[in-house]
Each structure stands twice: as C-alpha cells, then as structure tokens.
Design a protein around this ligand. Structure first.
Ligand SMILES: [Cu+2]
Length: 125
C-alpha cells in the first residue's frame, strides 16, 4: 500500500467519524435561560419522564430561577435535588415550584430526582 492510498483511507475514515459524531454525538448547547425582569436567569422545566429541558445554560454571577412543573404522579420525580447547592424541593403534581440558585463560578452541576434516575445539568458559563 502506498502512502497516498493510506492518506485517502485515513481521510475517508475521519469523514465517517465526523458524520457519526454529527448525528450521534452529544448534543451541544442546551436551553439558554433568558434574563427576566428582576435580574433572574429563568427557565421552565417540565418534569415528566425526565426533565425538559435537561440541559440549562446560565451565566455565572447572576441569580437563577428554575420553575419546575411536575406533570406526572410517579413517586420517582416527587423531589428534585441540587446536590452541589445543597438544595432540594418537593414538586407537588401540577404546581410550579421555583428553585433559586446563585452560581458563583463556571462549572457544571447535575440535578436529579431523589433516587437519581432523572438527571439534568445546569451548565454555568
Ligand atoms: Cu426517581
């Protein structure tokens, strides 16, 4: 096999890998919480078989308010826990429960149901 054939094969493989990454790779982005009146970065999170959106992007140094609305009765999702912030809340079905956080520095924080089956991420930029 000559060098140019090897190069062609390598280019082909990297193209295939790029296409696979594009379709099946982790989704970049997430929901960017907009700044609302009062200076909060605010997002609604639907709780139903998981968290929607499950990735919420905020800026550090500004308060965050996440309004959870639980639309199911499964006991699994009854609590939401932000371990890194030492916060948790009960989510009565059909009610909007606000959780306020202050992300001081960039990083990633997971939030889960009390058993850790539902998972979401707060990405702080
Ligand atoms: Cu659970």
């Amino acid at each position: 096999m000559t060098l140019d054939k090897i190069i062609v094969i390598l280019i082909g493989l990297s193209l295939i890998a790029g296409i696979a990454w594009f379709f099946w790779g982790p989704r970049a982005g997430g929901f960017r919480a907009p700044l609302t009146s009062g200076g909060y970065q605010e997002a609604m999170v639907l709780v139903k078989g998981g968290y929607t959106p499950d990735v919420i992007v905020v800026q550090h140094g500004r308060p965050v308010r996440l309004n959870f609305r639980r639309d199911e009765s499964a006991a699994c999702s009854e609590m939401v826990v932000f371990g890194d912030f030492g916060k948790s809340a009960r989510l009565p079905e059909g009610e909007i429960v606000a959780i306020e956080l202050m992300p001081e520095k960039p990083g990633e924080h997971t939030f889960t149901c009390q058993m850790g089956m539902f998972r979401g991420r707060l990405v702080v930029e």
